[in-house]
Each structure stands twice: as structure tokens, then as C-alpha cells.
Ligand binder design. Structure first.
Ligand SMILES: NC(=O)c1ccc[n+]([C@@H]2O[C@H](COP(=O)([O-])OP(=O)(O)OC[C@H]3O[C@@H](n4cnc5c(N)ncnc54)[C@H](OP(=O)(O)O)[C@@H]3O)[C@@H](O)[C@H]2O)c1
Length: 331
């Protein structure tokens, strides 16, 4: 176990500042999420924001609208001096509260496929992971992950079971959730063409792919609002893009994701004043039970990209649809 208290917080803060400096020097996007998490959480330390803006501008110049240039210092010397000064102030006054290198993610459909890989990558980074799945008895891979990473908590949740969802909402009341990732999905019958549509299967797919992610967002938005990062993400699919539909068919699955995208857009507007970022994600064509063995990429590659977006996402991302490689997809 790591020691708790001021000394530990100082060490964590110092590591964060150093990581931020190194990130700047390497010109890398890798630790952008760390910087973004650390700086806004240091309101008592004067001068943090200009340093944050400076680092952010030079590590992620492609993100527009986030920097007020007048607040920015001119050169790196200022930043480096600032990093060490703040760390020294923290040591003498022990005034850094609530600084953490990681946060909390809640994810649905976490027992296999993309969801399991999301849990694995966030757990490895030290995140607290609420790993929801509908059948704990057959979640062997998740249990092994929990053995290796005790901050992974296994939770039984069928996303179409409203009573179960509400009771989880009660159980987690007051727990900040930095990222709510609605990942659970069901494809329904394959090869659904005109004239072959099954009404009850369509309802089933809409229930899990469209209605459930909305209900999850309603149930857990207070938890997300209480967190530092405040992101709700929906695992959508490019086949839900109307602009991208060139082959027709796929009525059931396509419409479930198209409707989910509309949920994302409305939530991004309705939750904006609470500072919550709501995004739709496409994981790529991924080798899972759903994607099949002929898919283009492995879960590791897909989730590596998705994780970067999830960590970088701020309110400027809200109401948008992103591919796993960071490119925006037209609705
Ligand atoms: N793979 C791709 O190429 C691809 C492409 C675009 C989008 N996506 C989306 O990415 C997400 C994950 O897909 P995947 O490829 O990892 O699929 P997968 O391997 O088939 O896994 C689906 C996951 O969703 C869970 N799930 C389904 N219905 C559920 C329910 N009612 N309650 C709780 N969990 C439920 C499954 O749990 P059980 O084990 O209990 O069934 C499983 O954990 C889905 O939303 C999918 O639409 C995937």
C-alpha cells in the first residue's frame, strides 16, 4: 500500500509537474491527460493556470479555443521554475488537496471484447475501475484482472434492467465518476436486409444500444458532475453515421447507433452547463465476438486510441463523434 497524507500528495504532485515538463519537452501528446487532470485541481496554487495553458498549447496545438494567449507565459524557463516553486510551496504548506494521478471509470459490458481491454488499460494506469457486466459467474477474465489490480471492482449490471441500474445508482451515490463509458452493445441478427426485419429483435437492440446508454447517463450524471474530468462517452459505430451510409441494409443495428448519436448530441447540450462532456466513439472494426475474426484491428490498438480521446476530451469535444484514431466522423 502507498503511504497516504501530505508527503505522498507532495510526491505525486511533483511527479505530475515533472511529467508535464517532460511532456512539453518531448512534444508528446502522451501525458496530456495527466497535465489536464493535475492543473485544474490546484486552485489554491497561484500561477498554475498559465503554466497549464502553456504546456497544453505546446503539447496539443490542434485543440482550439482552450487557451487565452494573454495568460500564457512566453518561454519554458518560466514553466520549469514555476513547477519547482509550486512543488516547494506544497512541501512547506502542504496545501495540495485531492491531487491524484488517476481517476474513476465506470464501464458497461466489461467482461469481454473492447470493454475488457478498456478495463485492463485503465487498471494498469492505476485507475479505479467499476467494471459492470451482466453475468459475474462467467467473468473469469475480469476476476483475473481484479486479482492483479485491486482497484478493479466487479459489478453485476444488465443495462436493460432498470431496477438493477437504479439500485447501482443508489449504491454509488456520492462517488465521483470521471468517465462513464457506455460500451455494452448487442448487434442482433446479422445480414438484416429489406424484407427480413424482425420487429422484436429491433426492439431488443434499441433497448440495449440506445435506451440503456441514455438511462445510464441519467442515473450517473450527478456522479460524473462531481468528478474532476466529467466525461460521458457512448460506444457508437460508424455504421450509425447517416453521412457514411453508402451500402444500405443493416436496419436494426444501424438505427440503434444513429439514435444513440442523437442522444449524444442532446445530452451534450443539456449537460453543458454542468461542465459535462458527452461524446460518441467509433472503436474501429475490431476483432471481438461482434467484429469477427476478419476485423481490421486488435482490441489493444482500438482501446489505445479510445483511451487517448477519453483522457483528452474536454468541453470542446462535446457533442462530437470520434473514430478511435482521433479523427472526427460526420453524423
Ligand atoms: N467490434 C467492432 O468492430 C465494433 C465496431 C463498432 C462498434 N462496436 C461497439 O463496441 C461495443 C463493444 O463491442 P465488442 O466488439 O466488444 O462486442 P462483444 O465482444 O460482442 O461484447 C459485447 C459486450 O456487451 C455486453 N452486453 C450486451 N448486452 C448487454 C446487456 N444487456 N447488459 C450488459 N452487458 C451487455 C456483452 O455482455 P455478455 O458477455 O453478457 O453478452 C459483452 O460484454 C458495442 O457497443 C459495439 O456496438 C464494436
Amino acid at each position: 500500500m502507498l503511504p497516504r497524507g501530505g508527503k505522498f500528495k507532495f510526491i505525486v504532485a511533483l511527479q505530475g509537474y515533472l511529467a508535464a515538463s517532460v511532456t512539453f519537452q518531448a512534444g508528446s501528446h502522451q501525458h496530456h491527460g495527466v497535465i489536464q487532470q493535475l492543473y485544474p485541481q490546484l486552485p489554491t496554487v497561484r500561477g498554475s493556470r498559465p503554466t497549464y495553458l502553456f504546456l497544453r498549447r505546446h503539447t496539443c496545438p490542434d485543440i482550439e479555443g482552450a487557451c487565452n494567449e494573454q495568460e500564457e507565459p512566453e518561454d519554458i524557463t518560466w514553466c520549469v521554475i514555476h513547477c519547482f516553486t509550486v512543488a516547494m510551496i506544497a512541501l512547506s504548506k502542504n496545501n495540495i488537496e485531492g491531487v491524484e494521478m488517476s481517476g474513476t471509470i465506470l464501464i458497461t459490458g466489461s467482461n469481454r471484447g473492447i470493454g475488457l481491454e478498456v478495463c485492463t488499460q485503465f487498471a494498469r494506469d492505476g485507475w479505479r475501475v467499476f467494471a459492470c457486466c451482466r453475468d459475474l459467474d462467467s467473468a473469469a477474465a475480469l476476476k483475473s484482472l481484479q486479482d492483479a489490480h485491486p482497484r478493479v471492482e466487479l459489478i453485476q449490471l444488465d443495462v436493460t434492467d432498470q431496477a438493477q441500474m437504479l439500485s447501482l445508482g443508489e449504491a454509488l451515490k456520492g462517488e465521483p465518476i470521471d468517465i462513464l463509458l457506455n460500451n455494452a452493445g448487442y448487434y442482433g441478427p446479422k445480414g438484416v436486409r429489406f424484407g427480413k426485419v424482425d420487429r422484436s429483435e429491433w426492439r431488443r437492440v434499441l433497448e440495449s444500444n440506445t435506451i440503456a446508454p441514455y438511462m445510464m447517463s441519467e442515473t450517473f450524471c450527478d456522479n460524473v458532475a462531481a468528478s474532476g474530468h466529467k466525461v460521458i462517452a457512448m460506444m457508437s459505430s460508424k455504421v450509425g453515421s447517416i453521412a457514411d451510409n453508402r451500402s444500405g441494409g443493416g436496419y436494426i443495428y444501424r438505427t440503434s447507433k444513429t439514435a444513440l448519436n442523437q442522444v449524444v448530441k442532446s445530452l451534450s447540450i443539456d449537460l453543458r452547463e454542468r461542465g459535462i462532456t458527452v461524446i460518441a466513439l467509433h472503436p474501429g472494426w475490431v476483432k471481438t465476438a461482434m467484429g469477427g475474426p476478419g476485423a481490421l484491428i486488435a482490441t489493444e490498438q482500438s482501446v489505445g486510441g479510445l483511451k487517448k480521446i477519453l483522457l483528452e476530451a474536454d468541453i470542446t469535444y462535446s457533442g462530437r463523434f470520434y473514430d478511435y484514431d482521433g479523427c472526427e466522423i460526420p453524423w
